[in-house]
Design a protein around this ligand. Structure first.
Ligand code: SIN
Ligand code: FE
Length: 291
């Protein structure tokens, strides 16, 4: 993996305006499958929030605490607290304001989805292979089909963390897809409709969603791929923020704690170069329309 996996940009505040040249650099890097690192951008918590910065906040089975923007509901925590909801809400607004001005060309079509807080050390947990984000994968959401829309995520390690978040970044999407496509199971359109009817998925999985889930699963479950794929290790220090299209950039998160994350969706047509989207790459490789 070349060491151009990351582009570092000098951004030190959560709101703009930003130089249009900086916006172009950010959009170009993201669409090319690079991670945009904002090394000087920390999310500061308030003094009264210090009690929240602990893994004991998690209920027994959750790896994350999450805030659903549609309902304002906080999930995964032992008890609902107004303080916790306020911290997550403030992070969500900061991330939103940053991306709408840093990624100015996306401002009108970017949709904010879940916010998550990941207080626990991830290296110490047990996961089933499909749930195990320590294996290289691209993101695909089982219950929320995107129909081709992009998954753009912003991550920030709190300054109070005492370790970096250690990731691996894999090869270009097209390389991975071309390698693993022949091994993917056939699609099952009737099952996609059934899942939507019984409420297992929010909307019907398109052929694209089925391919992306199959690719996600294959990457994680294929030990030969995990053993032989090339990757670049990257450590994101406390007090730093980064973002990437996680449906495109193969990534694995090996260790770290006390991180906040905000998910966004973006329609393919809003991209400067839609041809770089996983949707268009898969369609090209397979010679058919997928969404
Ligand atoms: C992931 O999206 O795979 C997890 C990222 C992280 O928790 O650092
Ligand atoms: Fe992931």
């Amino acid at each position: 993996m070349p060491d151009d996996a990351i582009v570092s940009l000098p951004v030190s505040g959560w709101s703009g305006p930003f130089d249009p040249a900086l916006s172009r650099a950010a959009v170009g890097a993201l669409e090319a499958g690079q991670v945009v690192l904002l090394p000087g951008l920390a999310f500061e918590t308030l003094a009264e929030e210090s009690g929240l910065l602990s893994p004991s906040l998690l209920d027994g089975d959750s790896k994350n605490i999450s805030l659903d923007p549609a309902t304002g509901r906080v999930g995964g925590a032992v008890a609902h607290s107004a303080l916790l909801a306020a911290m997550l809400g403030r992070f969500a607004r900061s991330a939103d304001s940053l991306l709408r001005s840093l990624l100015a060309p996306y401002a009108d079509t970017l949709r904010a989805a879940r916010t998550s807080f990941r207080p626990a050390e991830l290296a110490r947990r047990e996961y089933s292979p499909r749930q195990d984000d320590r294996r290289l994968h691209v993101d695909a959401f089982p219950s929320r089909p995107t129909g081709g829309d992009r998954i753009l995520r912003l991550f920030s390690v709190l300054p109070q963390a005492n370790a970096p978040r250690e990731w691996r970044l894999g090869e270009a999407f097209e390389t991975v897809a071309a390698r693993l496509l022949p091994a993917l199971p056939p699609r099952t359109p009737h099952r996609a409709r059934l899942y939507a009817v019984i409420g297992l998925t929010k909307g019907v999985r398109t052929p694209y969603d089925q391919m992306m889930l199959a690719l996600h699963d294959r990457m994680k479950l294929d030990s030969e791929y995990q053993r032989t794929a090339s990757f670049t290790p990257r450590a994101f220090p406390p007090g730093s923020t980064w973002l990437c299209f996680t449906d495109q950039v193969p990534h694995a998160a090996l260790s770290g704690h006390m991180m906040l994350e905000q998910t966004f969706h973006l329609p393919v047509r809003a991209m400067a170069d839609p041809g770089r989207s996983p949707l268009r790459v898969l369609e090209r490789l397979m010679g058919q329309t997928l969404a």
